[in-house]
Design a binder for this molecule. Structure first.
Ligand code: CA
Length: 101
């Protein structure tokens, strides 16, 4: 994709492309069979989510692996992203409320 087209991509679409691209950067396998093994998941969290990752990453992996397959698939990854987005939204709401005080 050329630079002109990249500039025309709305921020939300760009964010969605980034979410999928980051998953596939760390995942093993291709397409719908791509999954994150535990070490790859920890690396993703450490490198891509340095402010929300940390020591809890191992615990998060177990919770995200809802089917107990030993890896995190794209659906399970999306559940994590949605949870983080909801937490961020909550923090932003708290911040907005604090500004009014
Ligand atoms: Ca799984």
């Amino acid at each position: 994709m050329d630079e002109q087209k990249l500039k025309a991509i709305p921020p939300l679409e760009c964010g969605l492309m980034t979410l999928a691209g980051v998953f596939h950067k760390y995942a093993e396998g291709t397409g719908k069979d791509a999954t994150l093994k535990k070490e790859a998941f920890k690396k993703l969290v450490t490198e891509q989510l340095p402010h929300v990752g940390g020591p809890g990453a191992c615990e998060a992996f177990s919770k995200l692996d809802m089917d107990g397959s030993g890896s995190v698939d794209f659906l399970e990854y999306c559940a994590m992203i949605c949870g983080l987005a909801m937490g961020l939204h909550q923090c932003m709401g708290d911040r907005d409320a604090a500004k009014q005080c």
